[in-house]
Design a protein around this ligand. Sequence first.
Ligand code: PLP
Length: 351
Amino acid sequence: MSKFWSPFVKDLVPYVPGEQPKLAKLVKLNTNENPYGPSPKAIAAMQAELGDSLRLYPDPNSDRLKQAVADYYGVSTAQVFVGNGSDEVLAHAFHGLFQHGKPLLFPDVTYSFYPVYCGLYGVPYEALALDEQFQIRVEDYARPNGGIIFPNPNAPTGCLLPLDAVERLLQGSPDSVVVVDEAYIDFGGETAIKLVDRYPNLLVTQTLSKSRSLAGLRVGIAVGHPDLIEALERIKNSFNSYPLDRMAIVGAAAAFEDETYFRKTCQLVIDSREQVVAALSGLGFEVLPSAANFIFARHPQKDAGELAAALREHGVIVRHFKQQRIAQFLRITIGNPEQNQALLDALRQVL
Ligand SMILES: *Cc1c(COP(=O)(O)O)cnc(C)c1O
């Protein structure tokens, strides 16, 4: 706290990301990174870009990347927005699409950045309780609102809302913007991008950080009606003309173009997830059904905070949230087979 801070800054409650440990030895299963690394074609594209061209600004519109995304999803480039991580894309959506006096709706257990953006941009919100099985109750969202946002699959639960339920939710709020945050959709869900031509109030965001293994590059996208995209562009062009650098534009475009590598690595993660779920169930854990690259699990006899601390002693870091409703759960990223084995070995010792 400093006398130089504005009252607004004093009142901010910032987001706290999962730990990025400086020790390389730890088995890092706490921030849902992908164990397989980016497409070799993405790396080659970035290596080719690394040179004298860096003295020039990048394309402010990132047309090369927008075209790759548009081709991949069969939409027009006017329906595509790109940003410096999907967190930035989401921030612009909160800023530009959720300011209507009425409260924004999102689940009580969800991505903890949402209330932070509400604080930053002065968006009132209501958190609606998930049901006993930690599922979204679509009926609850058919009430007056200034927008709706939820991750699908949800975070940190991993639970998927099927596409027909997403559509029912959209039909319940035709006059406000519905943002579906599909950070994990490639690990087991069907994208709502299929619906954007029919629902002008639908904005779908995705990230290259998880299924395309480019968390370090910082690239996110949004797909929706050109009018929604234009609102995001207006904010972006009032804030930072060049949110994506030259490496990010070519690397992300090449990642979208390498579908073979993408499919193969997603499938490896999905297969490992099913093995880890079975093993954890065998150890007595209750595991929520996951369509993501992480699982959300609790042990009926072990305190989750103590378990997380004990795992860390054994060199494995997972994520534990203090929020009361989920304080007995651990969120565990699916790693490669060696990492998953290290997790299971550590758990067997700790239990
Ligand atoms: C990881 C994540 C994001 C942010 O992704 P970046 O593109 O890395 O900023 C957004 N939403 C959810 C639910 C996430 O888990």
